[in-house]
Design a protein around this ligand. Sequence first.
Ligand code: NAP
Length: 302
Amino acid sequence: MSMVQKVLMAEQGPEFSQLVQGYWRLGAWNMDAQARLTFLKQHVEMGITTVDNAAVYGDSEVLFGEALKLDPAMREKIQIVSKFGINSIAPATGEIRVSHYDSSKALILSSTENSLKRLGVEQLDALLVHRPDFLMDADQVAEAFYELKQSGKVKHFGVSNFNASQFDLLQSRLDTPLITNQVEINPLNFAVLEDGTTDQLQQYRIRPMAWSCLAGGSIFSEQSDQARRLRGALIELAEELGADSIEQVIFAWVLKHPSNPAALIGSGKIERVKDAVGALALDMSREQWYRIWVASKGHGVA
Ligand SMILES: NC(=O)c1ccc[n+]([C@@H]2O[C@H](COP(=O)([O-])OP(=O)(O)OC[C@H]3O[C@@H](n4cnc5c(N)ncnc54)[C@H](OP(=O)(O)O)[C@@H]3O)[C@@H](O)[C@H]2O)c1
Protein backbone atom coordinates (compact mmCIF):
# COMPACT_ATOMS: atom_id res chain seq x y z
CA MET A 1 0.00 0.00 0.00
CA SER A 2 1.42 3.39 -0.94
CA MET A 3 1.68 6.16 1.64
CA VAL A 4 -0.75 9.04 1.70
CA GLN A 5 1.10 12.12 0.44
CA LYS A 6 1.19 15.59 1.91
CA VAL A 7 -0.38 18.35 -0.15
CA LEU A 8 -0.08 22.12 0.04
CA MET A 9 -3.47 23.45 1.12
CA ALA A 10 -2.97 26.95 -0.29
CA GLU A 11 -0.25 29.35 -1.32
CA GLN A 12 1.55 30.20 1.96
CA GLY A 13 -0.61 27.52 3.56
CA PRO A 14 0.36 24.39 5.47
CA GLU A 15 0.96 20.91 4.11
CA PHE A 16 -1.75 18.49 5.18
CA SER A 17 -2.12 14.84 4.34
CA GLN A 18 -4.37 14.27 1.32
CA LEU A 19 -6.57 12.10 3.52
CA VAL A 20 -7.37 13.56 6.93
CA GLN A 21 -8.61 11.58 9.92
CA GLY A 22 -11.80 13.05 11.34
CA TYR A 23 -12.34 12.74 15.08
CA TRP A 24 -15.91 13.96 15.42
CA ARG A 25 -17.21 10.52 16.34
CA LEU A 26 -14.33 9.57 18.65
CA GLY A 27 -16.61 9.50 21.70
CA ALA A 28 -18.64 6.69 20.09
CA TRP A 29 -15.64 4.51 19.32
CA ASN A 30 -15.46 3.11 22.84
CA MET A 31 -11.66 3.01 22.89
CA ASP A 32 -9.52 3.42 25.97
CA ALA A 33 -6.67 5.93 25.77
CA GLN A 34 -4.15 3.30 24.69
CA ALA A 35 -6.42 2.11 21.86
CA ARG A 36 -6.91 5.72 20.77
CA LEU A 37 -3.14 6.19 20.65
CA THR A 38 -2.71 2.96 18.68
CA PHE A 39 -5.36 4.10 16.19
CA LEU A 40 -3.59 7.45 15.80
CA LYS A 41 -0.20 5.79 15.26
CA GLN A 42 -1.66 3.36 12.73
CA HIS A 43 -3.13 6.07 10.53
CA VAL A 44 -0.03 8.25 10.88
CA GLU A 45 2.01 5.28 9.68
CA MET A 46 -0.12 5.24 6.52
CA GLY A 47 0.71 8.92 5.99
CA ILE A 48 -2.58 10.25 7.37
CA THR A 49 -0.94 12.83 9.59
CA THR A 50 -3.62 15.52 9.71
CA VAL A 51 -6.42 15.19 12.26
CA ASP A 52 -9.67 17.13 12.44
CA ASN A 53 -11.46 18.10 15.60
CA ALA A 54 -13.76 20.85 16.90
CA ALA A 55 -14.66 22.52 20.15
CA VAL A 56 -18.23 21.33 19.69
CA TYR A 57 -17.40 17.63 19.20
CA GLY A 58 -18.39 16.57 22.71
CA ASP A 59 -15.46 15.05 24.57
CA SER A 60 -13.53 14.37 21.40
CA GLU A 61 -10.74 16.88 22.06
CA VAL A 62 -10.33 15.61 25.64
CA LEU A 63 -10.20 11.98 24.49
CA PHE A 64 -7.70 12.82 21.78
CA GLY A 65 -5.59 14.81 24.25
CA GLU A 66 -5.52 11.90 26.70
CA ALA A 67 -4.16 9.61 23.97
CA LEU A 68 -1.56 12.14 22.87
CA LYS A 69 -0.38 12.53 26.44
CA LEU A 70 0.65 8.86 26.45
CA ASP A 71 3.20 9.61 23.71
CA PRO A 72 3.86 13.36 23.49
CA ALA A 73 6.40 12.83 20.69
CA MET A 74 3.43 12.13 18.38
CA ARG A 75 2.58 15.83 18.44
CA GLU A 76 5.45 16.63 16.10
CA LYS A 77 4.25 14.03 13.61
CA ILE A 78 0.74 15.37 13.16
CA GLN A 79 -1.13 18.51 12.13
CA ILE A 80 -4.09 19.36 14.33
CA VAL A 81 -7.11 21.20 12.97
CA SER A 82 -9.85 22.43 15.26
CA LYS A 83 -12.85 24.72 14.95
CA PHE A 84 -14.83 27.22 16.99
CA GLY A 85 -18.14 28.96 16.76
CA ILE A 86 -21.07 26.77 17.78
CA ASN A 87 -22.55 27.41 21.21
CA SER A 88 -24.67 24.36 21.95
CA ILE A 89 -27.85 24.52 23.95
CA ALA A 90 -27.20 23.89 27.65
CA PRO A 91 -30.54 22.95 29.22
CA ALA A 92 -28.94 21.93 32.52
CA THR A 93 -27.62 25.39 33.35
CA GLY A 94 -30.26 27.30 31.39
CA GLU A 95 -27.48 29.62 30.25
CA ILE A 96 -27.85 28.85 26.56
CA ARG A 97 -31.49 28.45 25.63
CA VAL A 98 -30.90 27.98 21.94
CA SER A 99 -27.89 26.66 20.06
CA HIS A 100 -26.31 29.46 18.10
CA TYR A 101 -23.25 30.55 16.21
CA ASP A 102 -20.73 32.87 17.82
CA SER A 103 -17.76 34.43 16.06
CA SER A 104 -17.16 37.25 18.54
CA LYS A 105 -13.56 37.99 19.43
CA ALA A 106 -14.06 36.92 23.04
CA LEU A 107 -15.53 33.57 22.00
CA ILE A 108 -12.77 32.89 19.46
CA LEU A 109 -10.05 33.54 22.04
CA SER A 110 -11.67 31.55 24.84
CA SER A 111 -12.73 28.66 22.61
CA THR A 112 -9.22 28.32 21.21
CA GLU A 113 -7.70 28.46 24.67
CA ASN A 114 -10.08 25.69 25.78
CA SER A 115 -9.34 23.56 22.71
CA LEU A 116 -5.60 23.83 23.38
CA LYS A 117 -6.14 22.83 27.02
CA ARG A 118 -8.36 19.89 26.13
CA LEU A 119 -5.97 18.66 23.46
CA GLY A 120 -2.97 19.28 25.73
CA VAL A 121 -1.02 21.11 23.03
CA GLU A 122 0.52 24.57 22.70
CA GLN A 123 -0.48 25.28 19.14
CA LEU A 124 -3.11 24.40 16.54
CA ASP A 125 -1.91 23.93 12.98
CA ALA A 126 -5.19 25.37 11.76
CA LEU A 127 -8.25 26.92 13.34
CA LEU A 128 -11.47 27.04 11.33
CA VAL A 129 -14.69 29.00 11.75
CA HIS A 130 -17.06 26.06 12.06
CA ARG A 131 -20.17 27.59 10.50
CA PRO A 132 -20.97 31.00 9.01
CA ASP A 133 -22.36 33.23 11.76
CA PHE A 134 -25.09 35.63 10.59
CA LEU A 135 -23.76 38.10 13.16
CA MET A 136 -20.14 37.71 12.06
CA ASP A 137 -18.20 40.95 12.32
CA ALA A 138 -15.22 40.24 10.09
CA ASP A 139 -13.11 42.92 11.79
CA GLN A 140 -13.55 41.21 15.17
CA VAL A 141 -12.62 37.85 13.70
CA ALA A 142 -9.55 39.45 12.14
CA GLU A 143 -8.51 40.92 15.51
CA ALA A 144 -8.84 37.55 17.20
CA PHE A 145 -6.93 35.75 14.44
CA TYR A 146 -4.17 38.36 14.63
CA GLU A 147 -3.78 37.85 18.39
CA LEU A 148 -3.79 34.07 18.07
CA LYS A 149 -1.17 34.19 15.34
CA GLN A 150 1.01 36.66 17.26
CA SER A 151 0.90 34.56 20.42
CA GLY A 152 1.80 31.43 18.41
CA LYS A 153 -1.36 29.61 19.48
CA VAL A 154 -2.55 29.10 15.91
CA LYS A 155 -0.47 28.75 12.75
CA HIS A 156 -3.13 29.00 10.04
CA PHE A 157 -6.78 29.94 9.70
CA GLY A 158 -9.64 28.69 7.59
CA VAL A 159 -13.40 28.39 7.44
CA SER A 160 -16.01 25.67 7.16
CA ASN A 161 -19.39 25.63 5.43
CA PHE A 162 -18.88 29.17 4.08
CA ASN A 163 -20.33 30.25 0.77
CA ALA A 164 -18.17 32.23 -1.64
CA SER A 165 -19.25 35.69 -0.48
CA GLN A 166 -18.83 34.84 3.20
CA PHE A 167 -15.34 33.59 2.37
CA ASP A 168 -14.45 36.79 0.50
CA LEU A 169 -15.87 38.99 3.24
CA LEU A 170 -13.75 37.41 5.93
CA GLN A 171 -10.64 37.26 3.74
CA SER A 172 -10.98 40.97 2.94
CA ARG A 173 -10.29 41.82 6.60
CA LEU A 174 -7.46 39.35 7.25
CA ASP A 175 -3.75 39.89 6.79
CA THR A 176 -3.24 36.14 6.62
CA PRO A 177 -4.67 33.96 3.83
CA LEU A 178 -7.47 31.52 4.61
CA ILE A 179 -6.12 28.06 3.87
CA THR A 180 -9.27 25.99 3.38
CA ASN A 181 -13.04 25.86 3.38
CA GLN A 182 -14.17 22.57 4.96
CA VAL A 183 -17.39 21.55 3.21
CA GLU A 184 -19.64 18.54 2.71
CA ILE A 185 -18.87 16.65 -0.51
CA ASN A 186 -20.31 13.23 -1.24
CA PRO A 187 -22.37 11.69 -4.04
CA LEU A 188 -25.60 12.31 -2.10
CA ASN A 189 -24.79 15.97 -1.44
CA PHE A 190 -22.54 17.95 -3.71
CA ALA A 191 -24.29 21.31 -3.55
CA VAL A 192 -20.92 23.06 -3.10
CA LEU A 193 -19.92 21.89 -6.59
CA GLU A 194 -22.94 23.74 -7.97
CA ASP A 195 -23.23 26.91 -5.89
CA GLY A 196 -19.83 28.46 -6.59
CA THR A 197 -18.10 27.33 -3.38
CA THR A 198 -15.59 24.98 -4.98
CA ASP A 199 -15.29 27.24 -8.06
CA GLN A 200 -13.99 29.93 -5.76
CA LEU A 201 -11.53 27.60 -4.06
CA GLN A 202 -10.28 26.42 -7.41
CA GLN A 203 -9.93 30.02 -8.55
CA TYR A 204 -7.84 30.88 -5.48
CA ARG A 205 -5.96 27.55 -5.57
CA ILE A 206 -7.13 26.71 -2.06
CA ARG A 207 -8.04 23.11 -1.34
CA PRO A 208 -11.36 22.30 0.28
CA MET A 209 -11.44 19.76 3.06
CA ALA A 210 -14.30 17.40 2.17
CA TRP A 211 -16.38 16.23 5.13
CA SER A 212 -18.77 13.26 5.30
CA CYS A 213 -17.50 11.77 2.03
CA LEU A 214 -19.68 8.72 2.82
CA ALA A 215 -22.62 10.93 3.86
CA GLY A 216 -22.10 9.83 7.45
CA GLY A 217 -22.62 6.20 6.42
CA SER A 218 -26.08 6.84 4.95
CA ILE A 219 -24.87 5.99 1.45
CA PHE A 220 -24.86 2.37 2.64
CA SER A 221 -28.18 2.38 4.44
CA GLU A 222 -30.52 5.06 3.09
CA GLN A 223 -33.56 3.59 1.37
CA SER A 224 -34.37 6.52 -0.94
CA ASP A 225 -34.49 6.02 -4.72
CA GLN A 226 -31.47 8.25 -5.01
CA ALA A 227 -29.37 6.15 -2.60
CA ARG A 228 -30.47 2.92 -4.29
CA ARG A 229 -29.55 4.20 -7.75
CA LEU A 230 -26.25 5.39 -6.37
CA ARG A 231 -25.40 2.07 -4.74
CA GLY A 232 -26.14 0.31 -8.04
CA ALA A 233 -23.72 2.58 -9.91
CA LEU A 234 -21.07 2.30 -7.20
CA ILE A 235 -21.16 -1.50 -7.19
CA GLU A 236 -20.81 -1.55 -10.98
CA LEU A 237 -17.92 0.92 -10.88
CA ALA A 238 -16.12 -0.90 -8.07
CA GLU A 239 -16.08 -3.94 -10.31
CA GLU A 240 -14.94 -1.98 -13.35
CA LEU A 241 -12.18 -0.13 -11.50
CA GLY A 242 -11.00 -3.20 -9.62
CA ALA A 243 -11.71 -1.39 -6.33
CA ASP A 244 -11.83 -3.30 -3.03
CA SER A 245 -15.04 -1.58 -1.93
CA ILE A 246 -17.63 0.97 -2.92
CA GLU A 247 -16.13 3.29 -0.26
CA GLN A 248 -12.97 3.46 -2.36
CA VAL A 249 -15.03 4.46 -5.39
CA ILE A 250 -16.71 7.21 -3.36
CA PHE A 251 -13.41 8.61 -2.07
CA ALA A 252 -11.96 8.47 -5.61
CA TRP A 253 -15.03 10.39 -6.84
CA VAL A 254 -14.49 13.13 -4.23
CA LEU A 255 -10.74 13.32 -4.84
CA LYS A 256 -11.15 13.62 -8.62
CA HIS A 257 -12.74 17.04 -8.33
CA PRO A 258 -10.39 19.70 -9.77
CA SER A 259 -10.52 21.79 -6.58
CA ASN A 260 -8.26 19.01 -5.25
CA PRO A 261 -9.95 18.30 -1.92
CA ALA A 262 -8.24 16.82 1.08
CA ALA A 263 -10.79 14.16 2.05
CA LEU A 264 -11.84 13.50 5.64
CA ILE A 265 -12.27 9.95 6.87
CA GLY A 266 -14.88 9.50 9.59
CA SER A 267 -14.52 5.84 10.48
CA GLY A 268 -13.01 4.69 13.76
CA LYS A 269 -12.15 1.30 12.28
CA ILE A 270 -8.57 1.09 11.10
CA GLU A 271 -9.49 -1.46 8.40
CA ARG A 272 -11.88 1.07 6.87
CA VAL A 273 -9.23 3.78 7.09
CA LYS A 274 -6.79 1.48 5.29
CA ASP A 275 -9.45 0.73 2.70
CA ALA A 276 -9.97 4.46 2.05
CA VAL A 277 -6.26 4.84 1.27
CA GLY A 278 -6.77 2.41 -1.63
CA ALA A 279 -8.89 5.09 -3.32
CA LEU A 280 -5.74 7.05 -4.14
CA ALA A 281 -4.65 4.33 -6.56
CA LEU A 282 -7.91 4.30 -8.54
CA ASP A 283 -7.92 5.98 -11.91
CA MET A 284 -11.50 7.11 -12.45
CA SER A 285 -12.37 8.38 -15.90
CA ARG A 286 -14.50 11.45 -16.55
CA GLU A 287 -17.30 9.21 -17.86
CA GLN A 288 -17.19 7.09 -14.70
CA TRP A 289 -17.30 10.24 -12.53
CA TYR A 290 -20.39 11.38 -14.39
CA ARG A 291 -22.04 8.01 -14.05
CA ILE A 292 -22.12 8.62 -10.29
CA TRP A 293 -23.41 12.16 -10.87
CA VAL A 294 -26.19 10.84 -13.12
CA ALA A 295 -27.10 8.04 -10.70
CA SER A 296 -27.38 10.55 -7.86
CA LYS A 297 -29.40 13.10 -9.83
CA GLY A 298 -31.66 10.55 -11.47
CA HIS A 299 -31.25 12.25 -14.85
CA GLY A 300 -28.55 12.79 -17.40
CA VAL A 301 -26.80 16.00 -18.32
CA ALA A 302 -28.52 18.22 -20.87
N1 NAP B 1 -17.04 21.01 9.27
C1 NAP B 1 -18.18 20.40 9.50
O1 NAP B 1 -19.25 21.01 9.62
C2 NAP B 1 -18.18 18.91 9.62
C3 NAP B 1 -19.39 18.18 9.67
C4 NAP B 1 -19.33 16.80 9.78
C5 NAP B 1 -18.11 16.15 9.84
N2 NAP B 1 -16.95 16.88 9.81
C6 NAP B 1 -15.63 16.21 9.89
O2 NAP B 1 -15.58 15.22 8.89
C7 NAP B 1 -15.23 13.97 9.49
C8 NAP B 1 -15.86 12.87 8.70
O3 NAP B 1 -17.28 12.99 8.75
P1 NAP B 1 -18.17 11.72 8.93
O4 NAP B 1 -17.81 11.04 10.19
O5 NAP B 1 -19.58 12.10 8.74
O6 NAP B 1 -17.60 10.83 7.69
P2 NAP B 1 -18.23 9.69 6.83
O7 NAP B 1 -17.06 8.90 6.33
O8 NAP B 1 -19.20 10.21 5.84
O9 NAP B 1 -19.07 8.79 7.84
C9 NAP B 1 -18.46 8.01 8.80
C10 NAP B 1 -19.50 7.10 9.39
O10 NAP B 1 -19.86 6.15 8.39
C11 NAP B 1 -19.71 4.84 8.95
N3 NAP B 1 -19.30 3.93 7.89
C12 NAP B 1 -18.13 3.92 7.22
N4 NAP B 1 -18.10 2.90 6.35
C13 NAP B 1 -19.26 2.28 6.47
C14 NAP B 1 -19.85 1.16 5.84
N5 NAP B 1 -19.20 0.46 4.90
N6 NAP B 1 -21.08 0.77 6.21
C15 NAP B 1 -21.75 1.45 7.14
N7 NAP B 1 -21.25 2.53 7.81
C16 NAP B 1 -20.02 2.93 7.46
C17 NAP B 1 -18.67 4.99 10.03
O11 NAP B 1 -18.84 3.95 10.99
P3 NAP B 1 -17.56 3.19 11.60
O12 NAP B 1 -16.86 4.13 12.51
O13 NAP B 1 -18.20 2.05 12.30
O14 NAP B 1 -16.72 2.74 10.45
C18 NAP B 1 -18.98 6.35 10.59
O15 NAP B 1 -20.01 6.27 11.55
C19 NAP B 1 -15.68 14.10 10.94
O16 NAP B 1 -15.00 13.23 11.79
C20 NAP B 1 -15.37 15.54 11.22
O17 NAP B 1 -13.99 15.65 11.55
C21 NAP B 1 -16.98 18.23 9.70
